[in-house]
Design a protein around this ligand. Structure first.
Ligand code: ADP
Length: 379
């Protein structure tokens, strides 16, 4: 079978390039097509370094050729990335580097109550199970819930002396180091913080604390996109952000603002991706039944529209709420669908962090460039 090159080009004209509204040929993404009998080699150049966009292009090309030209064609797709925007918009890392802390990841949500802290706690547990050293900094001044979720609400950080200086020692449980704004405020006390005050308190919890060596420090941000966020992000060297949303329209509108906040010029923190929480309700005794209470795939579609990675989805299940309330994150329970779901999200976060560290200019923060440490993850 000899494949006609023109037919391949016509097939590729049916593929739209994400975000450009043009087809692959018109947009200039297609660089070259070569055919040898039943073999086809397609060279593409894409603007985005995001792994999911590369994968998507590869799958689309294969599908178009197999469906429209010849179903047994042997297709090779070579993809180069030319990301002028990323190069020109160098995300500079603000704030001083923190010796020993390799990656600081901010977890945000536009709207409150969408499960930002739940995702942070379980992400921390999954990362730790992969062999990474993990800390959690709970910066949610409006409702610091991380101490409850790790069953350390009654504890307080001790003071230790390091190199002649007095430092706060994070509280530790399940192998994860924790500091929370909740350790320094009375329970049920409505705290009115202004941005600079919160930033100052958080700076102390980062720079005047004895975190030791950490691969990941997760920062659970307050909900919303106010001046408190600007102050925090302008003073801390944040390497990337994760945005949590439910599929509901009101939550999505706020998540969009959250992504826009990270991408605005004065902040410029790479968005590692979006997590869809409460994606559907599933009764634990009937795991095959899914009820899309808040709408279907809203956050997944938002990620696609905004061209940021989709990191995965978590169902609405009673046991996740219960595990949060008793302070044992659900991802700790081996062999459960929830453990699996959080593992998948965590693998994607690590992969996007690796991509970020490889594709964006080196920063003062030390970087992770391999998935090493993930070998213990069950596939
Ligand atoms: P946020 O940090 O966004 O305010 P939380 O993580 O504190 O939200 O979650 C709010 C409440 O919803 C908590 O009681 C939590 O246990 C519960 N929750 C979060 N996600 C889920 C889920 N997928 N299934 C069931 N309960 C959930």
């Amino acid at each position: 079978m000899k494949i006609d090159r023109k037919e391949i080009i016509s097939a590729l004209e049916t593929i739209t390039v994400a975000g450009e509204g043009k087809n692959m040929v018109e947009s200039g993404a297609l660089q070259n097509v070569m055919t040898f009998d039943d073999e086809v080699v397609v060279d593409l150049v894409l603007n985005s370094p995001a792994l999911h966009i590369k994968k998507r292009a590869e799958v689309d090309v294969m599908k178009a050729i197999h469906q429209k030209v010849y179903e047994k064609a042997k297709v090779t797709v070579n993809i180069k990335v030319d990301a002028p925007e990323t190069k020109s918009k160098k995300p500079e890392i603000k704030g001083k580097p923190i010796p020993g802390i390799k990656n600081i990841i901010a977890v945000a949500s536009g709207k409150g109550g969408v499960g930002k802290s739940t995702v942070t706690a379980n992400l921390a547990v999954s990362l730790s199970k992969m062999g990474f050293k993990v800390g959690v900094l709970d910066a949610d001044v409006y409702g610091p819930s991380v101490p409850l979720m790790f069953d350390v609400a009654a504890e307080r950080p001790l003071s230790v002396t390091v190199d002649g200086k007095s430092k706060m020692k994070p509280v530790e449980n399940y192998g994860i180091k924790i500091l929370s704004i909740g350790f320094f405020t009375k329970p049920n006390q409505a705290v009115i913080w202004r941005g600079p005050m919160a930033a100052k308190a958080l700076n102390q919890m980062i720079f005047d604390a004895d975190w030791g060596e950490l691969d990941f420090l997760l920062v659970d941000l307050p909900p919303g996109t106010g001046d408190i966020h600007l102050s925090i992000m302008q003073s801390l060297p944040i390497s990337g952000s994760v945005v949590v949303s439910t599929p509901q329209n009101v939550a999505l509108a706020d998540a969009k603002k959250g992504v826009a906040m990270f991408q605005q010029e004065s902040i410029n923190v790479p968005v590692l991706g979006i997590v869809e929480n409460m994606a559907y309700f599933t009764p634990e005794e009937l795991p095959e039944n899914k009820y899309y209470i808040f709408g279907e795939h809203g956050a997944r579609n938002l990620a696609e529209d905004l061209q940021v990675p989709f990191l995965g989805e978590i169902p609405l299940v009673q046991s996740l709420r219960e595990s949060g309330d008793i302070g044992r994150p659900a991802a700790m329970q081996e062999g459960t669908p929830l453990e699996e779901a959080f593992q998948e999200i965590t693998r994607n976060v690590v992969q996007e962090t690796v991509n970020r560290n490889e594709t964006l200019p080196p920063t003062e923060a030390i970087k992770i460039t391999t998935m090493a440490g993930c070998s213990s993850v069950k596939k």
